[in-house]
Design a protein around this ligand. Sequence first.
Ligand code: GRF
Length: 216
Amino acid sequence: MARLRTAVLISGRGSNLRALIAACAAPDFPAEIVAVIANRADAGGLAHAAAAGIASRVVPHRDYPSREAFDAALDAALRQAGAELVCLAGFMRLLTAPFVEAWRDRMINIHPSLLPAFPGLRTHERALEAGVRFSGCTVHYVRPEMDLGPIILQAAVPVLPRDDAERLAARILAAEHRAYPLALRLVAEGRAPVVGNRVVLQTEPPAIEALFNPPG
Ligand code: GRF
C-alpha cells in the first residue's frame, strides 16, 4: 500500500502533530509523515518529530524579507521532502494566496471551533462571550481566506456552565486529537473529495465520521 506522503507544519507545542504521528504508526494507516517543518526554532513539537525519528526542519519566517519569500522557502522545503499533502497543525503564519493555490486541495488545517463560527484568534474567549452551548473543532481544506475552506470533519463538544477559555480549550483539544487523524485518513484514502465548495465524503455507514456526526 502506497502511503500518502504528508508534511506537518507547526509553530508551537505540537500536540496535534503528536496525535498524527501516533495514528501514522499503525501499519495500515494510509498516510506517513515525511517531514515536520516549523517556523520557529523553539517550537516544542519539534521534539515529537525527533522522538519519532521524523526529519524536521526550521524555516524561520524572520529570515525572509517578505511573506512571498517565506512561502517560497516553505514550498521548496515541502517539495524537497516529496510531500503530497500538507497538514497545518497550530501553524501560526498567514500564507499567501499563490502558495495556498499551489497546494489547493492538498493542504488541510485544524481550527478549534465549529467553523464558520469563530475563525481567527481568541476562539474560545469569543465562543464563551457569545454564549454558545456547543463548540468544537473543524478540519478543513485550506483556502486563501483564513480558517475557511471545505469542511472535512467536525467534532462538537458541550460548553459547560463553569467553563473558562482554558477548560473549554482542553476539552476541544481532546476532540482535535481524534478528529485530525480521522480526517487525514479520509483524505489519504481519497474519501474526502471537494465537489464545488464542499467535501462530499465517500463513506458508507457505519463510517468513522458517524462517531462525530451520529445519524439521527
Ligand atoms: C490547536 O488548538 C489547533 O486547533 C490550533 O492551534 C492549536 C495547536 O495546538 N490551530 P498544538 O500545537 O497542536 O498542541
